[in-house]
Write a protein that binds this ligand. Structure first.
Ligand SMILES: CCCCCCCC/C=C/C=C/CC(=O)SCCNC(=O)CCNC(=O)[C@H](O)C(C)(C)COP(=O)(O)OP(=O)(O)OC[C@H]1O[C@@H](n2cnc3c(N)ncnc32)[C@H](O)[C@@H]1OP(=O)(O)O
Length: 292
């Protein structure tokens, strides 16, 4: 089985195309798609990129989306972007997390491609030397919360949106690297309490436990605060900053570098198990009922 995963990873690692940014201008990532999944807007004065997830209705993280996100991060690094602000084009959802359709009744090799893409894209975001901020302008469950936690600073629009790692509510388990990200933000006690119950936090609760750093009342304020955070690094030498970030995040980086294949195999085994499949089926039914 590991052989399949290794060759899958090889294909994926070579699948991130690259193209040059024509200076500090707006560009759309990767494919020449009239409806891009991610928009990137680089401020010509500050060099800060606003990366807007634009995959309606709820910015689920599926393989094409994650590939595009990986390509965007690579491009921004190549162009020495000064900062990355991650936000959503939706008025109510930052990201609904992993696309359950990538895991529900999916063949094992498809699940493997999906998870490997997630691992690689997560690692790119988590360890990038570019200062990163999540401007959380909507709900951020599970993988949506992971995206936000992978950034260095989180500004959340309150009070009505929620955020958290709710996996146990779905009958699945947040993998160790999700947990490490949560623990880095809120500490071990709050992590255990939150993850064992799959708690979704209101924006105010999230602020109180340190899951987010700031509350604001709308997206514009969130973006303004995100820019302020990035401006803190104007006079910090980038290499010193990048290495310090790597040292601070070494547990998560080391986990992924050393355990990537084990993590992949565990994921495919757990996600394809009858009980996880049943849980996903029931969850999807509940989501559908809610939306009709
Ligand atoms: C030792 C190691 C162990 C390792 C084990 C690994 C095991 C597996 C690990 C997996 C980890 C998974 C992490 C995840 O991210 S799982 C996904 C969790 N996501 C959620 O729980 C969010 C679900 N969605 C919602 O709660 C809502 O949609 C919300 C985001 C609040 C937005 O609500 P609203 O605006 O009202 O939109 P709708 O609910 O009507 O949704 C619109 C349509 O989108 C579909 N949808 C929503 N979320 C998902 C999703 N995550 N995946 C796929 N599809 C989704 C929803 O069904 C609606 O579809 P339709 O219009 O066709 O009815």
């Amino acid at each position: 089985m590991a052989g399949i995963y290794r060759s899958t990873r090889y294909v994926l690692q070579n699948a991130f195309g690259s193209r040059s940014l024509p200076g500090a201008v707006r560009f759309y990532s990767q494919k020449p798609d009239p409806a891009p999944l991610i928009n990137v807007d680089v401020d010509s004065k500050t060099g800060v990129a606003t990366v807007t997830m634009n995959s309606p209705p709820v910015n689920t993280l599926n393989t094409p989306f994650l590939n595009e996100m990986g390509g965007v991060i690579k491009e921004l690094e190549k162009n020495k972007t000064r900062g990355l602000i991650l936000t959503s084009s939706s008025n109510s959802v930052f990201s609904a997390g992993l696309d359950i359709m990538e895991m529900y009744k999916a063949p094992r090799d498809q699940m493997a491609v999906f998870w490997t893409t997630l691992q690689n894209t997560w690692l790119s975001l988590y360890r990038t030397g570019i200062p990163t901020v999540a401007a959380i302008n909507g709900h951020a469950p599970a993988g949506g919360c992971l995206l936000a936690l992978s950034c260095e600073y989180r500004v959340m629009v309150g009070p009505k949106f929620t955020i958290g790692l709710n996996e146990t509510q779905l009958g699945i388990v947040a993998p160790p690297w999700f947990l490490i990200c949560m623990r880095e933000a809120v500490g071990p006690r709050q992590t255990e309490l939150a993850l064992t119950s799959g708690k979704m936090f209101t924006a105010t609760e999230a602020l109180n436990i340190g899951l987010v750093d700031q509350l604001v009342s709308n997206k514009e304020e969130a973006l303004a605060e995100a820019h302020k955070f990035i401006a803190r690094f104007a006079k910090i030498p980038p290499l010193a900053r990048k290495l310090t970030k790597e040292f601070t995040r070494q547990e998560g980086i080391k986990y992924m570098e050393e355990k990537m294949l084990d993590d992949l195999e565990t994921f495919v085994d757990v996600a394809s198990s009858p009980s996880a499949q049943k849980g996903m089926e029931m969850y999807l039914e509940a989501l559908k009922k809610k939306s009709t």
